[in-house]
Write a protein that binds this ligand. Structure first.
Ligand SMILES: C[C@@](CO)(OP(=O)(O)O)[C@H](O)COP(=O)(O)OP(=O)(O)OC[C@H]1O[C@@H](n2ccc(N)nc2=O)[C@H](O)[C@@H]1O
Ligand SMILES: Nc1ncnc2c1ncn2[C@@H]1O[C@H](COP(=O)(O)OP(=O)(O)O)[C@@H](O)[C@H]1O
Length: 282
């Protein structure tokens, strides 16, 4: 496995509702996570015990804050593994994009190093470690698209979710997740819904109205997607990426050609199974 390349896929939130707030300030959510066939990639090389390095340099993410290195250190500490590692991270997923890139990088690191170092942790153990790194990490260890509650850690598989092709846009701005959740105008007490209601109704993201106000580029992006004929355009997570289903007469190549400058777009497919699902025992 050392020297191989491993994917860290993006996620989208096919629905997101803020239904309450915990005493520590974290918000209680209902959300539906689905993976995409768009991914960062990571490579791992052994180093002497206690040495942890990440390549290349990433200006916005110093090594001491990097979620991959924090994941590697946490695994070594918790299992008493006397190992070190150099991680080469090839970023495709935009940071602060609502695609969970940093969380997915951390999850892939936990999945691969648990095998490479022979730690023998099972899926629930890795999910517990992952949650200490961020609310979005456990779903990338769960291995399947999921209905999530709590702060995103109470997960239930959702195999009936369709796997459409989406047009995904990053409208050139980075959203600060904590600032959105702490904003005084955020509506925090939407009534909870059931899985059947989610499957029957048009999906919504209750963070979207506020993010559109705070980031005009996101508002412009969602309007552009509607005008382009994309189906049910929505914000993923706290943004800034937005996705809409492809279908009918919409030609993704034509949309790419007309994309406003400063935006990036991808044609992606929803995936209900994580590409590294097999790396850990349940
Ligand atoms: C909103 C979501 C939806 O999937 O995704 P993103 O837009 O970040 O991808 C997640 O809940 C984000 O998860 P993640 O990005 O791991 O968040 P964390 O690092 O744990 O938290 C960042 C900050 O967001 C706030 N936060 C996060 C999650 C949550 N359920 N309630 C919160 O209030 C907290 O202020 C926290 O300090
Ligand atoms: N390996 C990493 N890749 C991306 N971001 C990271 C990483 N490690 C830490 N971060 C931090 O996490 C923040 C959120 O990034 P990311 O997970 O990509 O977006 P989001 O939470 O919006 O889906 C970044 O702004 C960055 O400061």
């Amino acid at each position: 496995m050392s020297g191989d390349t491993f994917p860290a896929p993006a996620k989208i939130n096919r629905m997101l509702r803020v239904v309450g707030r915990r005493e520590d300030g974290y918000h209680l959510l209902q959300t539906v996570f689905q993976y995409l066939d768009l991914a960062d990639t990571l490579q791992f090389r052994s180093l002497p015990a206690g040495q942890f390095r990440r390549f290349p340099k990433i200006a916005q993410v110093p090594e001491e804050q990097d979620l991959c290195l924090r994941a590697a250190r946490l695994l070594a500490e918790e299992t008493g593994c006397r190992e070190g590692v150099a991680i080469t991270l090839d970023k495709t997923l935009p940071m602060g994009g609502g695609l969970g890139g940093g969380s997915s990088d951390a999850a892939t690191t936990l999945l691969v190093l648990n095998r490479l170092w022979g730690c023998g942790l099972k899926r629930p153990d890795l999910m517990e470690l992952g949650l200490r790194l961020g609310a979005d990490v456990p779903v990338f260890l769960f291995g399947r698209s999921a209905w999530a509650e709590g702060i995103g850690e109470r997960l239930q598989a959702l195999p009936e979710l369709s796997e459409p092709r989406f047009f995904l846009i990053h409208p050139g701005v980075s959203v600060h997740t904590a600032a959105v959740f702490q904003h005084p105008r955020l509506t925090r007490r939407h009534p909870p819904i059931t899985i059947s209601a989610f499957l029957a109704e048009a999906p919504t993201n209750t963070l979207e109205a506020l993010v559109r106000q705070l980031y005009p580029a996101v508002d412009e992006c969602l309007r552009w997607m509607s005008a382009a004929g994309l189906h049910e355009p929505m914000l993923t997570g706290s943004g800034a990426c937005c996705f809409g289903q492809l279908g009918g007469t919409v030609e993704p190549e034509a949309l790419q050609a007309e994309l406003p400058s400063g935006w990036r777009a991808w044609v992606v497919q929803g995936r209900n199974i994580h590409p590294l699902q097999h790396l850990v025992e349940d």
